[in-house]
Design a protein. Structure first.
Lengths: 248, 325
C-alpha cells in the first residue's frame, strides 16, 4: 500500500510540474534512479517496459507544427522545409518527459509488487470490496483464458484464415470477420459456463458473497512504513516546490 | 503518416502525462460516481453469483482483445468488447466488467496511466457501454424482428461505441492542451471509424455464433431490470452531444480552449504552458543546433518504427512473465 500511494503521489506531482522545468525533471529522474538501484531491479527491465507506452507520444506531435510563434523553419533533406513552433517543441518535450517519468514510476511499482498485493493495497485505500473481488478473479483467470485464446488463434492460423491474400486465405473479409467473431463468441460462452463451475467451486469452499481476497502478510502496514512513505512524499514535494521556484 | 502506428485499439489507453491533473481528477470523480451506482445496481439486482461471472468475463474480454483479423494489408480489426459485454450482460454489469479490464491493464500491464485511469475508465467503460447499449436497444426496436436484426444492431452498437469513445478521448486530449483540437479530433475520429468497423464485424460475428449456440444469452439483456429508460436516454444524449460537439470543437479549437479557460478548468496547469514569452528569440540556435533537432526528429521516427514492431512482441512477453510465476 505504501508503494501504491507513493507512486500515485509521485505521478501526480510529476504531472503538476510546469513545462520547461528541465532541471526538475532531472531531479525526478535521479530520484527514481536511486529508488531503482536500491530496489535491485535491472535497469534494462524498466526501460524495456517503458517502451511499451511510447507510441502514444505521437498524439502530441501535432503540437510541434501548430504551436504559437516563434516559428523556426527547419530545412529537411532534399530542400524541404518544415515549420516547427519552438513553443510547441517545448510543450511536446515536457509532455513526453512527464509521461516517461510517470510510466517508469508505475513500472517500478509493478516490478516490485505482486498483483495480489496491489489489489490488497486497493482495499486499503477504500476501493469497494465487490469491485476488488472481481478484479482479483479476473486477474487469476486471465492466464487460463489467454491460453484458450492462444490455442484458438493457433488453430485458425493453421487453417490459414488470417492471411490477407484472399486466394490463400480462403475467404472474404466478412468471412474472416465471422471466423474471428465466432472465436470471440465461443470464448465468451465458454467463460460464462466456466464461471458457473467457478461459482459452485467457490460455494463448496465456503464462499458467502463477501470477499475472495487472498490476504498477504505483507499487507499489514508497520509504523515504520508510514514513516518511509511520508519521507518519500516530502522529497517529491521538495522537488516540486523547487520547480515552481525556478520557473516562477 | 504519423498516425499510422495508432491504428490499434491501444490508442484508447491514454498514458500518464497526457492529461492535465485537473482534467484527470474531474474524470476520476465522474467515473467513481457512475461505478458506485453500477455496483449498487448489480448488487441489488443480481445475486452474489455475479462476482465470479463478471470476474471470469472480464478475463475473457481481456484475453479476447488479442483476437484480430486482417482488414486490409497492414491494418487489422481488433475486439475491444464493450459492445459485446453490454449485449450479453446489460449496461450496469458491463460497466463493471470493462472497468475491471481497464483497471487491470493499467495496474498490472501499464496499458494506460494510473492518474488518467479515471478518464480511461470513463471513456471505455462508461461512455463505451452506455452508447453501445443505447444504439443496440434502439436499433433493435426497429429491426429486431428481422432475422438479421440483432446482428446489424450489434455491428452498429460496436461501431458507434468505438467512434464516440474516440471522440471523447480526443476531446480530453484537446482540453488538456496536449493536442490541438483541430488535429486530434478528426484524426482520432478518422482512425476509429476504421477500427470501429473491425470491432463491429467481430461483434456481429460473435452474435451470429452466440445466437446459434446459446440463443437465450442474447435475450437476457433487454428483459433485465437494469436496462431502464434512464440509461437509454443518458447513453443517447452522450452520443449526440459528443457527435455534435466534436466537429464544432475541431472547427473552432480556440473555442474549446476558451471554454476550458473560462470555466477555470485548467487554471494553473495551463498557465505555465501558455505564458511563454512571445518575443523570445532563442539566440543559441544556429545551424548545428537545428541539424541536431532534425536528426533527433528523424531518429525518433526510426525509433517509433522499431518500437512499434517491438511493442507487439514486448506486450506478449510482458504477458508471459507473470504467467510463469
Amino acid at each position: 500500500m505504501v508503494k501504491l500511494v507513493f507512486v500515485l503521489v509521485f505521478i501526480i506531482f510529476v504531472n503538476l510540474t510546469p513545462g520547461k522545468a528541465w532541471e526538475t525533471y532531472l531531479l525526478y529522474f535521479l530520484y527514481l534512479m536511486i529508488i531503482i538501484f536500491t530496489s535491485k531491479i535491472r535497469l534494462s527491465d524498466i526501460f524495456k517496459r517503458t517502451l511499451i507506452s511510447i507510441p502514444f507520444i505521437l498524439a502530441a506531435i501535432p503540437l510541434l507544427f501548430t504551436g504559437q510563434p516563434p516559428i523556426e523553419r527547419i530545412p529537411l533533406f532534399l530542400g524541404i522545409e518544415i515549420n516547427i513552433s519552438m513553443e510547441g517543441l517545448q510543450k511536446f518535450l515536457s509532455i513526453a518527459i512527464n509521461s516517461i517519468l510517470s510510466i517508469q514510476a508505475a513500472v517500478l511499482l509493478i516490478l516490485t509488487t505482486l498483483p495480489p498485493e496491489i489489489f490488497f493495497a486497493l482495499e486499503k485505500i477504500k476501493i469497494p470490496n465487490l469491485f476488488i473481488s472481481i478484479i482479483n478473479l479476473a486477474y487469476h483467470y486471465l492466464f487460463v483464458i489467454r491460453e484458450e485464446v492462444m490455442r484458438m488463434i493457433r488453430a485458425r492460423t493453421s487453417r490459414s484464415s488470417s492471411i490477407f491474400n484472399q486466394k490463400i486465405s480462403g475467404g472474404s473479409l466478412w468471412w474472416r470477420a465471422k471466423v474471428t467473431g465466432g472465436m470471440a463468441g465461443s470464448i465468451l460462452i465458454r467463460s460464462i459456463e466456466r464461471s458457473d463451475r467457478v461459482y459452485t467451486a467457490m460455494l463448496s469452499r465456503g464462499y458467502n458473497g463477501k470477499s475472495v481476497l487472498s490476504i498477504h502478510n505483507s499487507g499489514i502496514i508497520k509504523k515504520n512504513d508510514y514513516f518511509i512513505m511520508i519521507i518519500g512524499i516530502c522529497l517529491v514535494l521538495i522537488i516540486w516546490v523547487y520547480s515552481l521556484l525556478t520557473i516562477g | 503518416m504519423p498516425f499510422l502506428p495508432l491504428l490499434s485499439p491501444k490508442t484508447m489507453h491514454i498514458p500518464d502525462g497526457f492529461l492535465s491533473v485537473i482534467v484527470s481528477l474531474i474524470f476520476w470523480v465522474m467515473s467513481i460516481v457512475v461505478i458506485t451506482i453500477a455496483l449498487r445496481k448489480t448488487n441489488r439486482d443480481l445475486s452474489e453469483r455475479q462476482v465470479p461471472l463478471m470476474g471470469v468475463l472480464a478475463a475473457a474480454i481481456f484475453a479476447g482483445q488479442m483476437l484480430n483479423f486482417t482488414v486490409i494489408g497492414g491494418t487489422s480489426g481488433h475486439l475491444l468488447g464493450a459492445a459485446l459485454a453490454t449485449i450479453l450482460l446489460g449496461p450496469w454489469p458491463a460497466i463493471i466488467v470493462i472497468t475491471s479490464v481497464v483497471s487491470i491493464q493499467a495496474l498490472v500491464f501499464q496499458d494506460g496511466g494510473l492518474i488518467v485511469l479515471g478518464a480511461n475508465i470513463f471513456n471505455m467503460a462508461i461512455i463505451g457501454v452506455l452508447v453501445a447499449n443505447s444504439i443496440y436497444s434502439i436499433t433493435k426496436i426497429f429491426i429486431g424482428s428481422k432475422k438479421w436484426g440483432i446482428t446489424v444492431s450489434g455491428f452498429l452498437a460496436a461501431w458507434g461505441s468505438i467512434f464516440i469513445v474516440s471522440l471523447s478521448c480526443a476531446i480530453q486530449l484537446a482540453i488538456s492542451g496536449t493536442s490541438p483540437a483541430n488535429i486530434v479530433i478528426p484524426a482520432m475520429a478518422g482512425i476509429h471509424t476504421l477500427i470501429g468497423i473491425g470491432e463491429g464485424l467481430i461483434t456481429a460475428g460473435a452474435i451470429i455464433f452466440i445466437s446459434a449456440a446459446r440463443k437465450e444469452l442474447l435475450e437476457v439483456n433487454l428483459s433485465s431490470s437494469g436496462n431502464s429508460k434512464g440509461i437509454l436516454v443518458g447513453g443517447s444524449l452522450i452520443a449526440i452531444v459528443l457527435a455534435i460537439l466534436s466537429p464544432f470543437a475541431s472547427i473552432h479549437p480556440d473555442g474549446l480552449e476558451w471554454v476550458a479557460e473560462e470555466s477555470g478548468f485548467l487554471g494553473f496547469a495551463k498557465d505555465s504552458f501558455y505564458n511563454i514569452i512571445p518575443d523570445y528569440t532563442f539566440p543559441g540556435i544556429n545551424d548545428q543546433a537545428i541539424a541536431t533537432i532534425v536528426a533527433g526528429i528523424i531518429g525518433i521516427g526510426i525509433v517509433f518504427v522499431v518500437v512499434l514492431g517491438l511493442s507487439q512482441r514486448k506486450k506478449q512477453s510482458a504477458f508471459d512473465q507473470p504467467a510463469q510465476e
